[in-house]
Design a protein around this ligand. Structure first.
Ligand SMILES: CC(C)(COP(=O)(O)OP(=O)(O)OC[C@H]1O[C@@H](n2cnc3c(N)ncnc32)[C@H](O)[C@@H]1OP(=O)(O)O)[C@@H](O)C(=O)NCCC(=O)NCCS
Length: 184
């Protein structure tokens, strides 16, 4: 019989099995330096959010988070809208203008969404509540709520998903109560 791996693949979820360990436990170890960095980082992000909202008039919900390496279009900054408990990962670009077509449009991210690393949201698109944009995707059309899109141009990968805080498919709050550390 094949030995069972300590970490089960998410596709083989088996909550009935008492030996089941969720994939979330595979998070990197928390050494003191990393904890210090995370604390500094969260304050830097809060300051950056304040700067975007107060100086650039972007509409970023106080509970939304983003990497320090995102690009929010500052040509039409008031066109940026990010909903509660959403997360924009590093390298993502949210566009609100297109010089070639003379477009200035509002780009919206709903609540509890995840915008993957190095993805691009084209001007005027809306990502519906509880949706995920895959890494490296170029989103050219609106994304319905509860949908995963990926690729260039972004296509629907899954529908009817449920997301938790920061667009995670995992409920980190519950997992941390059961001893699994939470990130970010
Ligand atoms: C989009 C994402 C959430 C999909 O996860 P998933 O639901 O487990 O999807 P699967 O791995 O089952 O893939 C489904 C299909 O989508 C494709 N796919 C997945 N992610 C993709 C991506 N980023 N770009 C293009 N295609 C992608 C897969 O190749 C697969 O295609 P197939 O059915 O033709 O084989 C994940 O791949 C992703 O991109 N996560 C974001 C990672 C990130 O940005 N991290 C930043 C630090 S937090």
């Amino acid at each position: 019989m094949q030995a069972q791996s300590k970490f089960t693949d998410r596709r083989d979820l088996d909550y009935e099995n008492p030996g089941y360990i969720p994939i979330a436990i595979r998070q990197p170890k928390r050494n003191p330096l990393r904890l210090v960095w995370l604390a500094i980082r969260s304050r830097l992000i809060a300051l950056r959010r304040l700067y975007y909202v107060k100086v650039w008039r972007m509409d970023i919900h106080p509970s939304a988070w983003f990497s320090l390496r995102v690009e929010f279009d500052r040509t039409h900054p008031s066109g940026i809208h990010i909903g509660a408990e959403s997360y924009v990962a590093f390298g993502a670009v949210l566009l609100t203008h297109d010089m070639t077509r003379g477009i200035y449009a509002d780009t919206r991210v709903g609540t509890r969404c995840f915008i993957g690393a190095h993805s691009i949201l084209m001007p005027g698109v809306t990502v519906g509540d509880g949706s995920i944009v895959g890494a490296g995707s170029v989103v050219t059309r609106d994304v319905a709520s509860g949908t995963i899109v990926a690729g260039n141009p972004a296509r629907v990968v899954k529908q009817g998903i449920k997301t938790y805080r920061f667009g995670c498919l995992w409920d980190w709050e519950t997992l941390s109560k059961s001893g699994v550390p939470r990130d970010p």
